[in-house]
Design a protein around this ligand. Structure first.
Ligand code: BYC
Length: 334
């Protein structure tokens, strides 16, 4: 597995005594729960880690529009179309807040897009799977947005102010998204046997990729230890995955569905479910660019970038003319 831009050695976190005074003061502020703001001093690794995570998060929101956008015209009723349209628009908004948050760390929007288009920056593995039926749209809302909420609620307490604040509204909107997904599935499981079977099929295909959204297991997570020391992450990947399983299994039971995991079993002692291991080979293959839809998703984003060239050129030309006019008017007034 390669790590993009920055390597953090999870096994070796430096103690306060080993830090120089500036870094120690920074770490003490983080430990005290204070927010770090854009213009303040921060270790270079902290800045790079944030740029990596926030930009990947932004890319995920934008790429995440594609599998759902594909269903707007095919949603079964006008109301469902309008709701899905609003959800997909929300994802664009999330991407924009996150790109803005990343820009405060000194990277430009163009640079972030370039990293996405060249394959250097990752986006969430989940969006490299196809949406085959209408039940998939319900499953995405329920499971994918459900996993997103589980991961993102703690990010509202992230040590970096602009990221933490962007997450507040995003989490509120994700809650609406999760409920709309569950509502689609509630309707379908009460429908015909074929509709219920379609929902079960969607759960079978989306369950394991949803668990993979939380990232590799803790012992394989390169960045977790350092990101947790910097309070960028509040929980490890496995902790959040466990919480997600514990929350979601009763919801699957309520829908009358079977979670596709023969090892799933309530564990009274730990007060949570035991569950099987995701197929990590599949996960690493998907994040290396070889999932079922990686090429399609990236091509769609590159195409959108190329198609927007005339508009960017127009904006630049307009800005240059406006600056010239402003300059000429200033000279005339002097
Ligand atoms: N997919 O050391 P680790 C949404 C990468 S949007 C792809 O544990 P970290 C939604 C990881 O980047 C959902 N790559 O990393 C949108 C790293 O590679 P690099 C997106 C993954 O950062 C529209 C390597 O594996 N949410 O919900 O400590 C519609 C080692 O991992 C994944 C966010 O982005 C993955 N699943 O922890 C509906 C949340 N997992 O960068 C819904 C913010 C790991 O070294 N991000 N990798 O090349 C995070 O919380 C953390 O970045 C992660 C990974 C938990 C994802």
């Amino acid at each position: 597995m390669y790590a993009q831009m920055v390597k953090t050695d999870g096994a070796r976190i430096r103690s306060l005594d080993e830090m120089d005074p500036q870094e120690r003061a920074f770490q003490e502020r983080v430990d005290a729960g204070q927010k770090i703001e854009p213009k303040e001093w921060m270790p270079e690794g902290y800045r790079k880690t944030l740029i990596r995570q926030i930009s990947q998060h932004a890319h995920s929101e934008i790429v995440g529009q594609l599998p759902e956008g594909n269903w707007i015209t095919r949603a079964p009723t006008l109301e469902r179309k309008a709701i899905l349209l609003a959800k997909v628009q929300d994802e664009a908004g999330h991407g924009l807040y996150l790109y803005c948050a990343a820009e405060t760390l000194g990277i430009s929007r163009d640079e972030m897009y370039e990293q996405l288009h060249s394959g250097k920056a990752k986006y969430s593995s989940i969006f490299n799977y196809p949406t085959l039926t209408w039940a998939d749209i319900g499953a995405i809302g329920w499971l994918v947005d459900g996993a997103a909420i589980m991961n993102q609620v703690p990010l509202q307490r992230c040590s970096y102010g602009p990221y933490a604040r962007a997450m507040v509204r995003i989490c509120k909107e994700e809650s609406f998204h999760q409920r709309q997904g569950f509502d689609i599935l509630m309707k379908m499981v009460k429908g015909t046997p074929a509709q219920k079977a379609m929902v079960q099929d969607a759960l079978n295909r989306w369950w394991w990729p949803s668990l993979m959204m939380f990232g590799p297991s803790d012992d394989a997570s390169v960045h977790s230890a350092q990101s947790m020391a910097w309070k960028i992450k509040q929980n490890s990947n496995d902790e959040l995955r466990q919480k997600f399983v514990d929350q979601t299994v009763p919801q699957a039971e309520y829908l009358g569905l079977t979670v596709p995991d023969p090892d799933l079993k309530w564990n009274e002692t730990k007060g949570g479910y035991d569950f099987g291991e995701p197929d990590w080979e599949e996960f690493f293959n998907v994040i290396a660019g070889n999932g079922p839809c990686n090429a399609e998703r990236l091509n769609a984003r590159k195409q959108a970038w190329d198609d927007g060239a005339w508009f960017r050129d127009g904006l630049t030309a307009h800005a240059e003319k406006a600056a010239e006019r402003h300059g000429a008017a200033k000279v005339a007034a002097e």
